[in-house]
Design a protein around this ligand. Structure first.
Ligand SMILES: Cc1cc2nc3c(=O)[nH]c(=O)nc-3n(C[C@H](O)[C@H](O)[C@H](O)COP(=O)(O)O)c2cc1C
Length: 184
């Protein structure tokens, strides 16, 4: 059973990013048994924002950071804010232990108001994952408003990318199990 932890960096609800992140979790659950956990920063953000360093955050925030640090697969989503990931998501990752997520797997998701900012995944989220030595699914997921309707993904193109990213993440886990000496 894989532990999947969804992290949604949107500070607001309802959240298109949350729909995308949930869709990835559903797609992963279709190919392998999982236990799902959710860290929606719109809800639990104050547990982290109440402190500038890790010793200063709340006990609940510390518990959630440990949960994220122990995930087999992270599904990380953010709305584009001012051409970047949200500040609250960056603060969350500023609190993560620099070695705790080494060789974890992640699917990267973002939503935005313009297609012009779709490369936020490649130029900002993926380098952040590189810092933590997190292995990312090759397929990044970027959704626009028109890709969502009635609380679900309405674009078949985006849904097929979701399914592909989910398979890639599970394959990364399987490869790590097959060659354990490559994973510390
Ligand atoms: C403060 C703020 C800044 C934003 N900046 C951008 C931006 O730079 N580029 C963009 O494409 N969309 C931008 N947007 C639009 C959001 O990224 C978009 O609506 C997103 O899907 C919201 O995600 P959510 O529903 O998960 O919160 C911005 C929205 C807000 C509220």
């Amino acid at each position: 059973m894989l532990t999947v932890v969804k992290i949604n960096g949107s500070p607001t609800q309802p959240s298109k990013t949350g729909i995308l992140v949930d869709a990835v979790a559903d797609a992963i659950a279709k190919v392998t048994p999982v236990e799902n956990f959710s860290i929606a920063l719109s809800n639990v953000g104050p547990e982290f924002m109440c402190g500038l360093t890790r010793p200063d955050i709340s006990a609940k925030g510390e518990e959630l950071l440990r949960l994220a640090e122990s995930a087999d697969i992270l599904i990380i989503g953010t709305p584009v804010y001012r051409a970047a990931y949200t500040g609250i998501l960056k603060h969350f990752f500023d609190l993560v232990d620099r070695d705790a997520m080494r060789d974890r797997k992640a699917v990267l998701c973002a939503t935005g108001g313009t297609p012009l900012h779709g490369l936020v995944i490649e130029h900002q989220l993926r380098p952040l994952m590189g810092f933590f030595a997190i292995q990312t699914a090759t397929t990044g997921l970027y959704g626009l408003s028109e890709d969502f309707a009635n609380g679900a993904i309405s674009s078949s193109a985006l849904q097929s990318r979701v399914d592909r990213a989910a398979r890639e993440a599970v394959t990364l886990v399987d490869h790590s199990k097959a060659i354990p000496e490559l994973v510390q």
